[in-house]
Design a protein around this ligand. Structure first.
Ligand SMILES: *[C@@H]1O[C@H](CO)[C@@H](O)[C@H](O)[C@H]1NC(C)=O
Ligand SMILES: *[C@@H]1O[C@H](CO)[C@@H](O)[C@H](O)[C@H]1NC(C)=O
Ligand SMILES: *[C@@H]1O[C@H](CO)[C@@H](O)[C@H](O)[C@H]1NC(C)=O
Ligand SMILES: *[C@@H]1O[C@H](CO)[C@@H](O)[C@H](O)[C@H]1NC(C)=O
Length: 304
């Protein structure tokens, strides 16, 4: 065969191999659970994603679970564009059913995780049947309660739900002298933690508005906890890592940034020593050497 053709064949094969190698390490950390995609900053693998979200998500029988100090929640959705999650607690009251006796999780995150996860300002928590001694009402003498309408949703509207039964709550709107306060709506920011036993409340509900959509009534509200997630300080590192085909992760022991490039880890990105362009230069040198050797050998007359 002609030396030039042989060299050309070699270059084509090399390119195919390196393209295959390149795509093999893309998104080593991405995974799926049911129909949800788990991508940066979340992960199901140790060392992947952002350390603020480690040991947070678990995939159990294709159901994605979210675990924090107040308990486990089912993840209904992850929105990577607007950076929020939607969680469901089966012991949360909705328009159809009331769950009391403090069985609900509420929402409390570990202190070290607090900078990364916070229910959105559009998310309304409704605390149900709280004792008059509840810390919610301390420092609010008389009828001035911290309770408020959130994102156009209110307890007054919630009282119209089937969960309240035919007669509705016993005390509408007023702070009772002896009995429990039926409902107090708040944004998360007002209390920083929804701990039912600490707040001395029997139940809670949570709903969020999909602004700018203004829904008709509590039967149409989206029940669940809408949690904003934020990743601080690693955007540039992760963008560069991702652009070179790597997945963002961290060193488990040193907690330092790692760019995972498939068969190796880099402290910067996948375009350093093992870079694709480096490999291409090397292949070209091999090809040229091969071509020259081939030419040299073919100078000697063959038998034919
Ligand atoms: C995912 O599956 C659940 C049911 O398991 C369904 O309610 C939901 O709409 C699905 N989500 C998407 C984005 O397909
Ligand atoms: C890369 O780092 C991850 C996370 O620290 C680790 O699990 C993995 O074994 C490392 N891979 C290599 C090839 O060193
Ligand atoms: C909720 O408050 C109780 C009583 O103050 C406390 O014992 C418990 O640890 C708190 N729960 C969480 C998840 O912080
Ligand atoms: C909250 O909304 C209810 C109706 O849903 C309304 O009657 C009430 O005045 C509102 N309260 C405030 C403080 O805006």
């Amino acid at each position: 065969m002609d030396c030039f053709l042989l060299t050309l064949l070699f270059i084509v094969l090399q390119t195919l191999v390196s393209v295959g190698y390149g795509s093999s390490h893309i998104n080593a950390c991405r995974s799926f659970c049911g129909n949800l995609t788990i991508d940066y900053p979340f992960t199901l693998q140790i060392g992947c994603g952002h350390p603020g979200f480690r040991e947070l998500l678990f995939c159990i029988n294709d159901v994605l679970m979210f675990h924090i100090s107040s308990g486990s929640y089912r993840v209904l959705d992850i929105d990577y564009t607007y950076q929020f999650l939607v969680l469901d607690d089966p012991h949360m009251s909705t328009c159809d059913a009331m769950v009391l006796q403090g069985r609900g999780n509420g929402f409390v995150v570990e202190e070290w995780r607090a900078p990364y996860l916070n229910p959105t300002p559009e998310n309304m928590f409704m605390l149900l049947k709280c004792s008059p001694e509840s810390p919610l009402f301390q420092g609010f003498p008389g009828k001035h309660l911290p309770c408020q309408n959130v994102s156009g949703m209110s307890c007054q509207e919630y009282f119209g739900c089937p969960a309240w039964g035919m007669f509705g709550p016993k005390h509408v709107g007023l702070r009772p002298r002896l009995g429990p306060l039926e409902c107090c709506a708040l944004p998360f920011e007002a209390i920083k933690a929804v701990n039912l036993s600490k707040l001395d409340c029997q139940g809670y509900s949570s709903a969020y508005s999909l602004a700018p959509l203004r829904v008709a009534g509590p039967g149409e509200w989206s029940y669940g906890i809408q949690v904003k997630y934020s990743v601080q300080g690693k955007e540039t590192f992760c963008q560069t890592c991702g652009a070179t085909g790597g997945s963002c992760g961290y060193d488990i022991e040193q907690n330092s940034d790692l760019c995972m490039c498939g068969s190796w880890n880099s402290t910067s990105n996948c375009d350093t020593v093992h870079s694709a362009s480096g490999r291409r230069k090397w292949s070209l040198m091999v090809a040229i050497a091969g071509f020259m050797i081939c030419k040299a050998i073919s100078r000697y007359p063959t038998k034919n």
